[in-house]
Design a protein around this ligand. Sequence first.
Ligand code: ADP
Ligand code: ZN
Ligand code: ZN
Length: 697
Amino acid sequence: MVLATPAHSGLGDSLSYWSPELLQEGALVRVPLGTRELLGIVWRVRLQPPDGLVAGSLRPVLEAFAALPPLSANWRALLEFAARYYQRALGEVALAALPPQLRELDASALQRRLKKLEGVAFAGAGEGEAPSWAAPMPDLSPEQAAVLAALEQGTQPVLLFGATGSGKTEVYLRAAQTLLQRDPQAQALVLVPEINLTPQLEARFCERFGAHTVASLHSGLTPAQRLRHWLAAHSGQARIVLGTRMAIFASLPRLRLIVVDEEHDPSYKSQDGARYSARDLAVYRAQLESRTARCQVILGSATPALESWHAAEQGRYQRLHMPGRIAGAVLPRLRLLDLNQQPKQCLIAPPLLAALAERAARGEQSLVLLNRRGYAPVLACHACGWKSDCPHCSAHAVFHKIDRSLRCHHCGHASRVPRACPECGNLDIAPVGRGTEQVEEHLGELLAEARRPDGGPVRVARLDADSTRAKGSLHQRLSQMHEGEVDVLVGTQMVAKGHDFRRITLVAGLNVDSGLFSSDYRAPERLFALLLQAAGRAGRDAAFVAAQQAAVELWVQTWYPQHPLFAALARHDYPAFAAQQLRERASAQMPPFSFQALLRAEARSQATAQAWLQAAHAAAQAAGLPGLAQLTLYPPLPLTVQRVAGVERAQMLLESPSRPALQAFLNAWQPLLHALRRQPAGRGLLRWAIDVDPVSL
Ligand code: ADP
Ligand code: ZN
Ligand code: ZN
């Protein structure tokens, strides 16, 4: 049985072929399909043809990639689990996990590639060396030492709950080092949310282990690089693989350690194709690998996902705590700026503005967080009420002043700002609300008089998806910040990611209130994490703070300073916040106290999409599917942004107190859905998909 499905064809996508020689399970092969030749994976080998087939009727395997070791049984088990759990075809998931270029090679081309691999550096630019362990290492803090000692003992998944700046990265480095020194073939996998945002981390791994030993896997690689790095991991040459969520599927024959850094980050959940959670798969994969030899998994965060926190509370994960910052650095003090007491319509309240000027005057840096890019979220006509709606989506097109464009952040549609209101001709159309571009502009104006210690003007820069689109610009922004060439950095949640900035003493959050009262039950968790992580960029260098005698502060502008979320934030008390959230979730029977899945449907009309979901519900009931009794199926609803690029989107939520019941139901439902798609009910439907353990509703 060989897996070789080019397109997602539904269920049975493994095909049977015949081979004169005995193939190994997990081997890569080329097989014919129709008139084409495709890459396949030998999934099962049978000595007899399957029932109902005679050997003579099977098409032959064209060639086996003998130079390449087969994909391991553990790898195949991981892919089988992922496909089944996330309700996708195995062929789709398994083949998507391989580098695309592999599909274009024949066996002899592959052999040449493998030859070239010997002696190249993967992640870094320069020539690599074998790990020398010669790079200078800091002495461990007592907390780090205690955690590393505990890691030696434990067998459970570890939740490393370490404050921002407590030195979690050093723990990962040492854990990997201990492992690699002890076992000359062992491999470690380190997952990070967005590798481009944290080039520092990659640099630290390369510096410590040598670029020769470290391979990276993420979507920013060229196809040739991706193949090279994948082969390095698969052949065992790369001892450390550093990557984004896709790297969870890397082939690592001697995997003994998996680290999930910033494990709370939503980017670990894939939002298309197989909607897998790399964090959850990391835990599963470590368990699988441990059948052969111990494989440790470490989930690290200062603000763990509530699911992970709950698992630790239940004793399923071992929680290791590093509450203190390195070298006695202090955590920022929270200052709430009550907007009820400030001038109306002010973007940045006067006391905050004064504080920013003062920091710059002392040679300290500040970070201003506003989670909305562009100049203003919408342009409006006050005469007739016209708004700059995207013609293809049920969303506003965002006003970008820099190029005077209106851009839809959902479908990418861009148009020029009209001279006058398209409805009534009024010339006075104006931006409503504010985005990072506007904050950057205003700060530039408001701080025009302010001076740095050397008498120069205060430099304001912006870090968001727009300002970093050009190649190299992200790197440039970050290094300007590290080099002290920027005084105030304005940005979206990008600024809050794991950067190790050294001279920031003030972080400010501007538009946080929407997170307090959102209909999304995860909004408070996200907001708390965002603010604590952003705050974590300040005061990281104890010596700098002491020399400056600086007050390290997190300023938050809000209309609701009494909100309990801020009380926990002021104490940096994640456990209290988590306990309160989990109580609410428990009483409402929300995850992690229940398990969810979504059935999503897309069509040209909302009615078609919803009708299909109804039919899917009816089909499940008519068939009396297993698990149904323990399941709640909610009525179909349009998504929050219901139309994107002219496509109407609807979804149906499924909820159960039992994960096995939900899984049993989904497994039985999937074939019905494929069948339903071909029946009249499926007419007009563009796409459907199941999202298991969704993170955004
Ligand atoms: P976290 O990932 O927990 O936010 P980092 O690992 O980035 O923290 O560490 C914060 C800073 O402290 C980094 O600059 C790092 O180089 C430094 N650091 C980490 N461990 C030590 C140590 N034991 N001694 C001195 N400096 C350390
Ligand atoms: Zn008008
Ligand atoms: Zn649009």
